[in-house]
Design a binder for this molecule. Structure first.
Ligand SMILES: [Zn+2]
Ligand SMILES: [Zn+2]
Length: 254
């Protein structure tokens, strides 16, 4: 699998970090993990085959995670690259996803659900196993952020990736990410979080030591991380695995 970071930032505009989006290339197709407004053009900037994308995972309905979905579907509806496409695009997320997409659509009768190719919206229940792509198995768990927020565990053959989406601290993630080849974990704040629905570095490192993933990417970084040496700060916690600071455009092969 190959993982490309489109946006390592948050909803707050930042010169170097665009908002959430991660491209996962597998042997069985491609998945976009979260779709911020900036992710739509970031896919093209990274020369990714967006017109052939197989699946989109929406972790929750905050606009820095879903706000690009309507613009993307507006693009695929009219783009020359997608007019001959026959295979379906599947969009996965929590209960309520269909209603959010329909409300985007109704804002101005965009008719986003009518595409040149079949479009499927699939609402996932926490703990139900599903195939996000053929032969790529996934399962989601609820995390403390918004009511619908889900973290996802993706497995292809013997490789596993876990993506937290936005989350507060929960040891559920420690078990969920155990021994993962790649643990993509939000780490919004350096030391103290103004809210309980995001993680700080000490909390993320606690999860790292418990979960023992092979590699851990810290992402969803607010501007207070600017000028902080993330790797050096993380090393102080002896995290027992490789810790990688997310940057836009970073690629990780598994
Ligand atoms: Zn967010
Ligand atoms: Zn959020």
């Amino acid at each position: 699998m190959k993982f490309t970071i489109l946006g390592s930032g948050t909803s707050v505009p930042h010169a170097k970090r665009s908002s959430s989006g991660y491209w996962l290339e597998t042997e069985n197709g491609t998945i976009l993990l979260d779709c911020s407004a900036s992710a739509v053009h970031r896919m093209a900037q990274e020369n990714l085959n967006w017109a052939n994308l197989d699946a989109i995972w929406i972790s929750h309905f905050h606009l820095d995670h879903i706000g690009g979905l309507a613009p993307f579907l507006f693009g695929t509806k009219y783009a020359p690259e997608t007019q001959e496409r026959k295979k379906p695009l599947k969009i996965f997320g929590a209960e309520g996803l269909r209603k959010v997409v329909e409300n985007f659509d109704k804002a101005n009768d965009y008719d986003l659900l009518k595409q040149p190719f079949p479009l499927e919206i699939i609402e996932i229940e926490a703990l139900d196993k599903f195939e996000i792509l053929k032969n790529v198995e996934a399962v989601a768990v609820s995390v403390p952020h918004t009511e619908e927020s889900l973290a996802i565990h993706i497995r292809e053959k013997d490789k596993t990736i876990v993506y937290t989406g936005d989350t507060g601290f929960t040891m559920v993630l420690g078990d969920f990410a155990r021994n993962a080849d790649l643990f993509v974990c939000e780490c919004s704040f350096v030391e103290k979080s103004p809210v309980e629905t995001h993680l700080t570095l000490p909390e993320a490192m606690h999860l790292a030591r418990y979960a023992r993933p092979k590699k851990m990417v810290l992402t969803h970084l607010y501007a207070e991380w600017d000028g902080v040496d993330l790797a050096k700060e993380a090393a102080k916690f002896s995290p027992l695995c490789e810790i990688i600071e997310a940057t836009d455009g970073l690629q990780i092969s598994l």
